[in-house]
Design a protein around this ligand. Structure first.
Ligand code: TLP
Length: 347
């Protein structure tokens, strides 16, 4: 089967560049971005900073590097960051914050709604005591991936921001999918980013760029981030070819994410009718999580390969649990095809 015929629901990271992006990439004006010479990167960084409501921004190769740089700017070695126990930073970034940054993670439980309880955050802040590490940072994730792609509200974000300020802490948002959060909540993304000192968001997920994330904050923060990007090997040269796609992500893709959310709802409605699944809450952005019902004897890998035979790529997220993600390349027909394939496979 030709790869283009697959309905790929494994993640929104699988999004290939749109034809318009490929054209813009081919024609992009470029320069050496390590010299600060690439006009397309400069344009992207200005637009991103404007849209996200921060003084400045930096193009980085990945969300993982963006989060790591933010943590390393905010915290010195041996200091501590309060993060969710289901956050991507804690679970899925290969421990980079401690391995490379020397920063100690202080995990607090993510609640079902994706939040960290304010009381838990407060309780995690270390007292001024020579035996303790120094708390420097609070980080939250929006949308909160492992809690169902759930958006965290403006009100909650403000509360975390105030708590950080009251305690002299920095506040970072892993906003890999912050534009999905803004679309789901129907708010300007700036409302969600305003209380934070730094925000990372990805161009390469629902915004459909092939590569790249943005890190945003004050001019001073970005100047320090710039040096760390270089240290980590993330200084890129004629990277305007990627920034050109990023510009289209911001100009055209950020405004269409509600379509992906509507398709995730349709997918959920279709899957709910199938006996072999245990599916709880409906999706609030572009992710549908479900578990295999007890009577299904198939292993995750078998489900994956049977689905693939029917032209649908899926992935498991935990034992007996699957996560399906809608994005630009999944249309209504793709949703129907996926529901039908699950019906056949789990019959
Ligand atoms: N998430 C990927 C996988 O790594 C799990 C996915 O398919 O969802 N923050 C959040 C909230 C993320 O979900 C991801 C990627 C990242 C950061 C890292 O971004 P990249 O992959 O660009 O390093």
């Amino acid at each position: 089967m030709n790869e283009m015929e697959y309905v790929d629901l494994r993640s929104d990271t699988v999004t290939k560049p749109t034809p318009e992006m490929r054209e813009a990439m081919a024609e992009a004006a470029v320069g050496d971005d390590v010299f600060g010479d690439d006009p397309t990167v400069i344009e992207l960084q200005e637009l991103a900073a404007n849209m996200i409501g921060k003084e400045s921004s930096l193009f980085v190769p990945s969300g993982t590097m963006g989060n790591l740089i933010a943590i390393m700017v905010h915290c010195s070695r041996g200091e501590e960051a309060i993060i969710g126990d289901k956050s991507h930073i804690y679970l899925n970034e290969a421990g980079g914050m401690s391995a490379l940054g020397g920063v100690y993670p202080h995990p607090v439980p993510n609640q079902k709604d994706g939040t960290l309880r304010l009381g838990d955050i407060r309780g995690a802040i270390q007292p001024d005591d020579q035996h303790r590490t120094i708390t420097r940072l609070i980080s939250i994730e929006n949308t909160q991936n492992a809690c169902g792609g759930i958006p965290l509200s403006v009100e909650y974000t403000r509360q975390v921001g105030s708590l950080a300020k009251e305690n002299g802490l920095k506040f970072h948002i892993d906003g890999a999918r912050i534009f999905n959060a803004a679309a789901a909540l129907d708010v300007d993304v700036k409302e969600l980013t305003d209380p934070a000192d730094s925000v990372m968001f990805c161009l390469s997920k629902g915004l459909a760029s092939p590569v790249g994330s943005m890190l945003a904050g004050t001019r001073e923060f970005i100047a320090r981030a710039h040096r760390l990007r270089k240290m980590l090997g993330g200084g890129m040269r004629q990277v305007g070819v990627l920034a050109a796609a990023g510009l289209i992500s911001l100009e055209k893709m950020a405004g269409r994410l509600k379509q992906d959310h509507a398709r995730a709802k349709n997918l959920y409605e279709g899957l709910k009718q199938i006996g072999g699944l245990r599916i709880e809450a409906g999706p609030s952005s572009n992710m549908v999580y479900f578990k295999l019902a007890e009577h299904i004897r198939m292993a995750e890998d078998e489900v994956i390969s049977e689905m693939k035979k029917r032209g649908v790529l899926v992935d498991w997220s935990a034992p007996r649990e699957f996560r399906l993600v809608t994005h630009y390349w999944v249309d209504d027909t793709g949703v129907e095809k996926a529901v039908q394939a699950f019906r056949d496979v789990l019959a």
